[in-house]
Design a protein around this ligand. Structure first.
Ligand SMILES: *Cc1c(COP(=O)(O)O)cnc(C)c1O
Length: 395
């Protein structure tokens, strides 16, 4: 059986999204900046896609900028807020220790340019609090950026509460909603969100298309310089097929959100129950306050990479953290921020489901995984020491 359980890394393009893209390759291929009819037909597609995103975020179409993905949207959001802050002499930014690298590395770049970042600690349940944000605010704070839902452990952050704290203090609030968009309800008005990033390939849209929402009045800084596309804020001929696919996927995901969550949550909980029944296994992040399809556990005494290879041999595609950190030997910065010791963080496994998964697939994972964990532990010198009491169990 082949099971794709790495939907937090990327998803399959839905049939609806693909159908929306197809005419844009050979029929509606004009450049939306062109004045002729083929160009204007493409411009209409672009405008319709912008309206779709605005509608489901409760925003205005003029507040929607298309980018090449979540990473670019994050970069542009942070750079824009930083520049606006710097003009007022405010160069302090608040974020968290478990953001995606698109945020953390942009903050590192900004620190080299004279900005200062405070990264909030992650409580053991994987949910930062509005009180933490409030306590970190300073007179020179220009931006708070906290992700909507974490990409590794799936925990959902108190976005409306954090937004309210920011707005009370007159500080801009950005959220990286790449894992949340299409999976959780988002309302930029009631949630006090000034800027938001999302990415189509995390909700069955195509790769290479993102959205940056920025509340009216927030002047965006260009990351890509050139032509006047996207109201002058993002140069480059628009990726019309990708944008149309993204909008169709977003509409589909938002329309089916409750149904998908009602389907996924019991599967997620079944996986969590089955996996945490394996001795010396711990769930990462709050059991309920997490994305409907996210499971993330640590198995003591094994290496996540070996686990992934053996799972792959059984047809199961999973992850040990984020796609961006796999391939490096460092354990996940998210699990370390959660307080997991290095040796425990190394034994992590993320299974991220989508509505394309089936209960039979969950049962297959639960049948195979305990055997693989036992097999790896039997071969592990570390496990041997743990079992002989020569080193203490950490979980
Ligand atoms: C995937 C992801 C990104 C990056 O999005 P891309 O479209 O792949 O650039 C950023 N933030 C989070 C939380 C993500 O999960």
């Amino acid at each position: 059986m082949n099971v794709y359980a790495d939907n937090a890394a990327t998803t399959a393009v839905s049939a609806t999204a693909l159908a929306a893209m197809m005419p844009c390759f050979q029929e509606i291929y004009g450049n939306p900046s062109s004045l002729h009819t083929p160009g204007q037909r493409a411009a209409e597609k672009l405008a319709a896609a912008r309206e779709t995103f605005a509608k489901y975020l409760n925003a205005d179409p003029r507040e929607i900028t298309f980018t090449s993905g979540g990473s670019e949207a994050d970069n542009q959001a942070l750079r824009s807020a930083a520049l606006l802050g710097a003009r007022k002499g405010k160069k302090h930014i608040i974020s968290t220790k478990f953001e995606h690298h698109a945020i953390l590395h942009t903050l590192q770049a900004l620190e080299k340019e004279g900005f200062e970042a405070t990264l909030l600690d992650i409580p053991p349940d994987g949910v930062v609090t509005a009180e933490q944000v409030k306590a970190a605010l300073r007179p020179d704070t220009c931006l708070v950026t906290v992700m909507f839902a974490n990409n590794e452990i799936g925990t959902i952050q108190p976005i409306p509460e954090i937004g309210a704290v920011c707005h009370e203090a007159g500080v801009l609030f950005h959220t990286d909603a790449v894992q949340a968009a299409g999976h959780l309800p988002i309302d930029v008005q009631s949630m006090h969100i000034d800027m938001l990033s999302l990415s189509a390939h995390k909700f069955h849209g195509p790769k290479g298309v993102g959205v940056l929402y920025a509340r009216r009045g927030i002047a965006l800084t260009n990351v890509i310089h050139g032509g006047a596309q996207e109201r002058g804020k993002r140069a480059g001929t628009e990726n019309i097929p990708g944008i149309c696919g993204a909008a169709a996927a977003f509409e589909e995901a938002c329309a089916n959100m409750e149904k998908n969550a009602a389907f996924l949550e019991p599967l997620r909980d079944k996986l969590i129950a089955g996996l945490t029944a394996i001795p010396h296994t711990v769930l990462n992040g709050d059991p309920k306050r997490r994305l409907p399809g996210n499971v993330n556990v640590c198995f003591e005494g094994i290496e996540g990479e070996s686990l992934l290879l053996l799972l792959d041999a059984k047809g199961i595609a999973a992850s040990s953290g984020s796609a961006c950190t796999s391939g490096s030997l460092d354990p996940s910065h998210v699990l370390l921020a959660l307080g997991r010791p290095h040796e425990v963080a190394h034994g992590s496994l993320r299974l991220s489901l989508s509505e394309y998964n089936t209960e039979a697939e969950i049962d297959y994972i639960l049948k195979e995984l305990p055997n693989i964990v036992s097999y790896l532990r039997d071969m592990s010198p570390v496990w041997d020491e743990l079992e002989k009491g020569q080193r203490p169990h950490l979980i």
